[in-house]
Design a protein around this ligand. Structure first.
Ligand SMILES: O=C(O)CCC(=O)C(=O)O
Length: 359
């Protein structure tokens, strides 16, 4: 669908799926039909996404084996299910309830948070592109605190805002713990990672994927990799839909109750100088039941310089990626079309983009 920036706000309700399906529909409007997804999806037998146990990582006697598992999983899969992560199940239940309540609000209430022209944060679609995903989302930067948009986080219904605040704090603690183990597994200087990520950029995306009458024709969320250090995904209502690309095949991820799904983002692939893999993933939908998830994105602070870790490069292991400030990285990433891993490719030393700039 073509849309100029100025009519963005007028178009928004018409592309909200929750609104679209209020009147039952039997076929999906053309702008949601994606026939360009060619890679096969694995059916049987399903390879299982590895699990990592935080308790085992923390307890000294289990550390080395579990650390080795974390390391090999980040290299080979770039994704894992984290169990025994310590986030309380009552908080997870409360968050699920609050986010469900939010999506059940009347449209007029939710429109207060609508994505504004030239912005990416808020409720609704950030980009009105020719092909749209089958999802309604609410995305926002939550740290640094001064970067919170006044009409978003502070104006949320108080019970959602307070629950989300507790969840963000718990997840930030968890993320810093995980990043510490990742630094250890990579044999990186722990201080380097701590300084970069301490009080770093943090964002969330609460996504509501309504049921779809023709789920095989649409994409809940198109294939992409994340512009983050790590992402922690909580599949709030336990409905499957996440798929991870491995060796050119889409692998559906089986939901494990109480687990969180963690993935390596582009910035960790860069920091690790390509040792870890920021893997493409996507979300599918089904015809029966809505799916609700919340992604927690953890990145270095805006002013940090990102590039391969100095403790990992040597004449034998030269840097594969160029160096750039985090703020500039994010600006460039978001002005680029969300499309598989194409932005990370541009960060590679010797990429066409880099050659273009040198000319
Ligand atoms: O909802 C999901 O399963 C995936 C979400 C995701 O990939 C994202 O928010 O970037």
């Amino acid at each position: 669908m073509a849309s100029s920036k100025s009519d963005h706000s007028l178009d928004m309700p018409s592309v909200l799926i929750q609104e679209l399906i209020k009147e039952p529909i039997v076929s999906v409007p053309q702008q949601y039909v994606r026939l360009d997804q060619k890679e096969p999806t694995c059916t049987d037998p399903l390879p299982t996404l590895p699990t990592v146990d935080l308790n085992l990582l923390v307890s000294s006697d289990g550390t080395s084996l579990e650390l080795e598992k974390l390391h090999s999983t980040c290299k080979e899969w770039g994704f894992f299910q984290l169990v025994n992560h310590g986030v309380s199940s009552s908080l997870m239940d409360k968050l699920k309830h609050e986010i469900e309540e939010f999506y059940n609000l009347p449209l007029e209430e939710k429109m207060k948070y609508m994505v504004r022209p030239d912005d990416l944060e808020g409720y609704g679609k950030a980009r009105l592109e020719e092909k749209l995903d089958w999802e309604d989302r609410f995305a926002m930067i939550t740290n640094p605190i001064q970067n919170r948009k006044p009409h978003l986080f502070p104006e949320l219904p108080p019970s959602l805002r307070d629950t989300l605040e507790c969840y963000l704090q718990e997840l930030q603690r968890l993320a810093m713990k995980l990043l510490g183990f990742i630094a250890e597994a990579l044999k990186m200087d722990l201080k380097e990672i701590e300084e970069m990520f301490d009080d770093g950029v943090q964002a969330v995306r609460m996504t509501y994927y309504p049921p779809c009458p023709q789920p095989e024709l649409v994409m809940g969320l198109r294939p992409h990799s994340d512009a983050t250090g790590i992402t922690i995904l909580n599949q709030l209502n336990g409905i499957d839909g996440l798929q991870v690309k491995k060796d050119g095949v889409w692998i559906p991820v089986k939901f494990i109750p109480d687990a969180l799904v963690v993935n390596v983002g582009d910035i960790l692939e860069i920091l690790s100088n390509g040792v870890y893999n920021s893997v493409e993933h996507r979300a599918t939908v089904n015809s029966e039941k809505e799916r609700i998830s919340i992604s927690f994105f953890v990145s270095p602070k805006f002013e940090a310089e990102i590039g391969p870790s100095t403790s990992l490069i040597s004449p034998q292991n030269p840097p594969l990626f160029r160096r750039i400030r985090m703020g500039k990285y994010l600006k460039d990433y978001f002005s680029h079309k969300l499309h598989s891993k194409s932005f990370l490719e541009l960060m590679k030393i010797g990429s066409t983009e880099e050659r273009g700039r040198a000319d």
